[in-house]
Design a protein around this ligand. Structure first.
Ligand code: NI
Length: 179
């Protein structure tokens, strides 16, 4: 299985709004398989297609981590139907913003409608960690990152740090070409 490259902050692709999937076919399932493996390898518990440069409304999730057998969840065209009034806080990270974590408060539960791996419409009641992951990943489909919920000061600091790192990276790459 070929692993996909994960796009990092501040790549503007991450700000793109993803388009709905029209048809669940083998090409799409191949992409979902590759996304899942890329997510496990990273390792992460959620990945949106835009993070591998594909602006389609699809997400892979597995919140089991090392605890027992894998339980992958594939959400195609996910839609939040309801969010709870009660909220919970998790220390969130993102594969596109490596090694940065911050406490983010979100609705504690979400009811979600989506199309599954076989192209069937499904509904899911998600609570706690799964609810947070689903909201985080659906945000990606709309070009929203979890750092957008931080104060402007904190967000600007993070973005500046990653912009600087990306520039250094570019310079390193150019050096290698010159040699
Ligand atoms: Ni993320």
């Amino acid at each position: 299985m070929e692993l996909l490259d994960i796009i990092k902050l501040p790549d503007p692709v991450l700000r793109k709004k993803s388009a709905a999937v029209e048809q669940v076919d083998d090409d799409l399932r191949r992409l979902l398989d590759a996304m899942l493996e890329t997510m496990y390898e990273a390792p992460g518990i959620g990945l949106a297609a835009i993070q591998v440069g594909v602006p389609k409304r699809i997400i892979t999730i597995d919140t089991t981590r090392d605890e027992g057998p894998r339980k992958p969840l594939y959400l195609i065209n996910p839609e939040i139907l309801t969010l709870s009034d009660d909220r919970s806080t998790y220390e969130e990270g993102c594969l596109s913003i490596p090694d940065y974590f911050a406490e983010i408060e979100r609705p504690a539960s979400a009811r979600v409608r989506y199309v599954d791996y076989d192209g069937k419409q499904q509904e899911l009641q998600a609570d706690e960690l799964l609810a947070t992951v689903i909201q985080h990943e659906i945000d990606h489909l709309n070009g929203v990152l979890f750092v957008d919920y931080l104060s402007k000061l904190k967000r600007d600091l993070v973005i500046r740090k990653f912009t600087k790192a990306a520039r250094l990276d570019e310079r390193e790459k150019r050096k290698h070409v010159a040699l």
